[in-house]
Design a protein around this ligand. Structure first.
Ligand SMILES: NC(=O)c1ccc[n+]([C@@H]2O[C@H](COP(=O)([O-])OP(=O)(O)OC[C@H]3O[C@@H](n4cnc5c(N)ncnc54)[C@H](O)[C@@H]3O)[C@@H](O)[C@H]2O)c1
Length: 248
């Protein structure tokens, strides 16, 4: 029996990158996949087909995760299409870096809304569903910098620290209903988000990583699969670092 057989997973911001790798890994373990992204364009359609090719149901939904109403609408649509929701991965995220001295209000608001408020929006929408089902696994995609902080990323680090506090609070609120909530703190993962960094910055990062390499989206997807599955049935309110040891 596959690890996620019979389960329905919702993954936000999963047309590419880490979210897509999680969707593919979950699908290979038998989960049906509903994913969201800002738009389901050619790229999103290709992701949908790649997931479906693994023999599960797959559907991409265009939805701005930062918008409360859109998040609730898309969750209602997913329940109509799939019948249930067992796993929620709050993965959608962006960076708008800058030192505090130069950071604009817009940069701050955008990152907090897309990274943190989106997680609130989706957890708020799935909570009654998971409570009714008496079970569920919620996974917030945080970051090492949500624990350590990072110069030039006060907005991003604050949003990721917020996602950790949110996961822990939900773990306490919903534990008695069989709903678990955890966070993953990836380090330097090779995706479009980090491709924009200069070689110099990347080399500096690598020096801080005991495993001496950047992580892959699949490295993070493996941790997400553990947290989504019953293998982690006694794990809640935790932050699992997936960073090659760079947090030590
Ligand atoms: N790449 C890394 O090194 C790294 C490290 C730590 C944490 N993370 C986190 O992992 C998550 C995925 O990162 P990634 O590297 O795959 O990034 P990515 O930029 O490759 O993918 C992010 C996806 O989210 C989507 N998205 C953006 N805003 C959205 C919104 N408002 N609503 C719905 N979807 C939206 C994008 O369209 C994109 O498809 C993010 O939360 C990121 O902060 C990444």
């Amino acid at each position: 029996m596959k690890l996620l057989e019979g389960k329905v997973a919702v993954i936000t911001g999963a047309a590419r990158g880490i979210g897509k790798a999680i969707a593919l890994k979950f699908a290979s373990e038998g989960a049906d996949i509903a994913f969201t992204d800002l738009a389901i364009d050619e790229n999103g359609k290709a992701t949908e087909q790649e997931i479906a090719a693994l023999g599960v149901r797959a559907k991409g939904y265009a939805s701005n995760a930062a918008n409360f109403e859109e998040a609730h609408n898309v969750v209602a649509e997913i329940v109509k299409d799939f019948g249930r929701i067992d796993i929620l991965v709050n993965n959608a995220g962006i960076t708008r870096d800058g030192l505090m001295m130069r950071m604009t209000e817009q940069q701050w608001d955008m990152v907090i809304n897309v990274n943190l408020k989106s997680a609130f929006n989706f957890i708020h929408a799935v909570t009654p569903i998971m409570m009714r089902q008496k079970g569920g696994s919620i996974i917030n995609m945080a970051s090492v910098v949500g624990v350590s902080g990072n110069a030039g990323q006060c907005n991003y680090s604050a949003s990721k620290a917020g996602m950790i506090g949110l996961a822990k609070s939900i773990a306490k609120e919903l534990g008695s209903r069989g709903v678990r909530a955890n966070a993953i703190a990836p380090g330097f993962i090779i995706t479009d988000m980090t491709a924009a960094l200069s070689d110099e910055v990347k080399a500096e990062w690598a020096k801080q990583i005991p495993l001496r390499r950047g992580g892959t989206p699949e490295d993070v997807a493996n941790v997400a699969t553990f947290l989504a599955s019953d293998l982690s049935s006694y794990v809640t309110g935790q932050v699992i670092h997936c960073c090659g040891g760079m947090n030590m």
